[in-house]
Design a binder for this molecule. Structure first.
Ligand code: HPA
Length: 269
């Protein structure tokens, strides 16, 4: 707890307002932070005990400010298990944002589609997830200040927020998919056989983030809404090499709709 308290007290001194909503921006979705009327930016390496991003030229920062009439904190850059952090480090910022006072968490990511109906550029509301393949961030001594030893995960993504998103999408004329997100460690993209297996096991999309953050948020009683941008279709049988550049490009192309959704979600939460 001491590490958390030190991080939180540093941030509270640097930014004296209480953010209401926390937002995590996934690969290729970082430009969303332009939507925020920025009041304070703090790079991760300045915050006591924050993990430091390993991705070169991309430090990662917390952006505090106003969006849709609310105080928000945005994570531009998140921590992934494949970077070598343990699962507990991956979720450190989520717990810090909760301690800063956020009442809801919006997560986003780029994901591979394994539902044959999906197309590149689709937005998918995450209705549920499978995280058997990734390390659970709650392994180890339970931090009872945060939550119970055996947290319920029957509603990892809040139904009420999913309903709000559907209503917003209808109003804006945005087509949304919904489905189950399969968490994997990466950093390799999946083999053709793995994409098929993920689909056979009930997944609609597969990705390398989000599930650990969602678990930590549920542990600490923080309502979660999450959306994937489908950036590639893994189960296609034709010549289908997947590159990081293609993922980033597809996420960028989907950004206007993604941004409209998150803007409205913040307004209505
Ligand atoms: N697999 C895993 N993670 C991803 C993918 C994928 O196909 N696309 C974007 N992130």
């Amino acid at each position: 707890m001491q590490k958390f308290n030190e991080a939180v007290s540093y941030l509270k001194t640097a930014y004296p307002h209480i953010p209401e909503v926390g937002i995590v921006l996934g690969s290729g979705l970082g430009n969303f932070s332009d939507e925020v009327e920025v009041e304070k930016e703090i790079s991760y390496d300045q915050v006591p005990h924050f993990p430091v991003s390993t991705v070169e030229g991309h430090k990662g920062k917390l952006i505090f400010g106003n969006l849709s009439g609310k105080k928000v904190v945005c994570m531009a850059g998140r921590f992934h298990f494949y970077e070598g952090y343990d699962a507990e480090q991956v979720v450190f910022p989520i717990r810090v944002m909760k301690l800063l006072g956020i009442k809801a968490l919006l997560l986003s990511n780029a994901a591979g589609g394994v539902n044959p109906d999906f197309k590149v550029g689709d937005l998918m509301i995450i209705t549920d997830h499978v995280s058997f393949f990734t390390s659970n961030p709650l392994i180890g001594k339970n931090i009872s200040e945060f939550g119970t030893r055996f947290p319920d995960m029957s509603e990892p993504y809040k139904k009420e927020l999913i309903q709000k998103a559907k209503t917003i999408a209808k109003r804006l004329g945005i087509v949304l998919r919904e489905g189950v997100y399969y968490g994997v460690t990466g950093p390799t993209f999946e083999t053709r056989a793995e994409y098929k297996l993920v689909h056979a096991l009930g997944g609609d999309a597969v990705g390398m983030s989000t599930v650990q953050e969602c678990i930590a948020a549920n542990h600490i009683g923080l309502p979660v809404f999450a959306m994937s941008v489908i950036t590639d279709i893994g189960i296609r049988e034709d010549e289908n090499k997947i590159t990081h550049e293609e993922v980033l490009q597809a996420a960028k192309a989907a950004e206007p709709h993604f941004a409209a959704m998150f803007r409205e979600m913040v307004k209505e939460i």
